[in-house]
Ligand binder design. Structure first.
Ligand code: AMP
Ligand code: GLY
Length: 441
């Protein structure tokens, strides 16, 4: 089979490695991929949002199957466009991707179908939103309606902060059109859990749960990032919570989407908060999480390509999806300064013995002694240099979470590049929760 994977981050690197375990995956293209992915797939310089370019390439190479990983192309209708030329895809059509593409849609869906989430109001005018904030309880949460590179959410501790967030989104258009409508929502408290799931619209199979670490610095301080590390499974996601989520959130969500004529096929990501009143939805994503995928897929026992194709063909019910026992940890190594400005172009060294545990996000290939080359250049025999904020993720699996965390850090220390920084406490909160649960038992 000729397979193409759209995207070029650590998540796509993990998906590609896992897909390649299936001998049917003869050729795997990554569009655009990156310098690290180039070791595992043929990278092609077509951007993930270039739907026309993607369709043209699929025709030209007679692609048999496509995996559309990032939110932007999904929301833009990449799956619709590929299906129109007869290429089966993993990922929702745009009618279903709206569950991530519009927070107003997602909140409305949950309200209509009684799915637990934070109370909220929608505003289309800054003036009305600001008036509402004058008497609204704080903390409160301001969310731009559309996609905003994960930066459209402000948790405001004071009314002034909240008002500033409203002005930035609606008047300054900091997130462009994404801020033309906003949601102001109730502040919830409790541990957060990410659950990725496979669904073909009828059947839903949750993968192993995980925990992201979104803040840049140790102790959950500093600005929000795309994710500085992950662990799986998430100790706060107990069997009882899992049962409740299935009954009150997962099944109702896919049934609601179907009832709306927006059947969801692909990976549906539930961002959950385990509140005192039970689990509630913080956000839906229409795709695999990054860097959650980097800890979930190493624990997957079943064949990813087989499961993906079962999802596409609507036969997930008959397809076993198994995860192994044990735990996984991913430590993201970034360029100092991220998520703000940072310098790049530093050489990356990854010792051979840990290479298979490293998923590359922001790096390009540079020919020895020459300029950086396009990823996928046939003659690319050069070395990797940093080209992004988040550069790579180093993972480890272990029998216990403690073992996985220890091993991930041992490996993380072996990577070198200029201007490197990473959090030293990935998994600490989870380990404390595990220890506490053992004391209580
Ligand atoms: P998102 O970009 O939607 O993932 O939101 C970013 C982060 O904001 C989440 O991971 C939560 O930590 C926080 N957040 C979002 N909504 C709420 C809420 N209603 N209450 C408290 N925290 C929230
Ligand atoms: N790690 C959060 C996300 O993928 O949206």
């Amino acid at each position: 089979m000729r397979i193409m994977v759209i995207g070029g981050g650590g998540r796509e690197h993990a998906i590609i490695r896992k897909i390649r375990e299936n001998p049917a995956a003869e050729t795997v293209y990554a569009l655009p991929g990156n310098g690290g992915i180039a070791a595992d797939a043929e990278c092609v310089a077509i951007g993930a949002k270039d739907i026309e370019g993607i369709v043209r390439f699929a025709k030209e190479k007679q692609i048999d199957y496509a995996v559309v990983a990032p939110d932007d192309p999904l929301v833009l209708g990449c799956v619709n466009a590929l299906e129109a030329i007869g290429v089966p895809c993993f990922g929702p059509r745009k009618e279903a991707a709206i569950i991530e593409g519009s927070k107003v849609f997602a909140k409305g869906l949950m309200k209509k179908y009684g799915i637990p989430t934070a109370e909220y109001e929608v505003f289309e005018e800054a003036e009305a939103a600001l008036r509402y904030l004058e008497t609204a309880p704080v903390p409160t949460v301001i969310k731009a309606d559309g996609l905003a590179l994960g930066k459209g959410v402000t948790v405001a501790m004071t009314r002034e902060e909240a008002a500033a967030a409203v002005r930035e989104a609606m008047e300054d258009r900091k997130f462009g059109e994404s801020g033309s409508r906003i949601v102001i929502e109730e502040f919830l408290e409790g541990p957060e859990v990410s659950v990725l799931s496979f669904t073909d619209g009828e059947t839903i199979v949750p993968m192993v749960s995980s925990m992201d670490h979104k803040r840049a610095l140790d102790g959950d301080r500093g600005p929000n990032t795309g994710g500085m590390g992950t662990i799986a499974p998430n100790p706060f996601y107990t069997e009882g919570v899992a049962r409740e989520c299935m009954e009150r959130i997962f099944l109702p969500t896919i049934r609601a989407m179907k009832a709306e004529g927006r059947e969801f096929r692909g990976c549906l990501y539930f961002g959950l908060m385990i509140t005192r009143e039970g689990p509630k939805v913080i956000e839906y994503n229409c795709r695999f999480g990054d860097p959650e995928t980097q800890v979930v897929l190493p624990l997957m026992e079943s064949d990813l390509l087989d499961v993906m194709r079962a999802v596409t063909e609507g036969r997930l019910k008959d397809c076993p999806v198994r995860f192994r026992k044990g735990a996984c940890c991913c430590v993201v190594e970034a360029s100092e300064g991220y998520p703000g400005t940072y310098r790049k172009g530093f050489e990356i060294r990854i010792p051979e013995e840990i290479r298979e545990h490293v998923y590359v996000a922001g790096a390009e290939l540079k020919a020895d002694g020459g300029e950086a080359k396009d990823a996928g250049d046939e003659t690319a025999g050069g070395h990797l240099v940093t080209s992004g904020g988040r550069v790579l993720g180093v993972t480890a699996t272990g029998r216990t979470l403690k073992e996985a965390v220890r091993l991930a850090y041992e490996r993380a220390e072996k990577v070198t590049f200029g201007n490197r920084f990473y959090r030293k406490d990935i998994g600490r909160a989870a380990l404390e929760a595990v220890a506490l649960a053992e004391v209580k038992r």
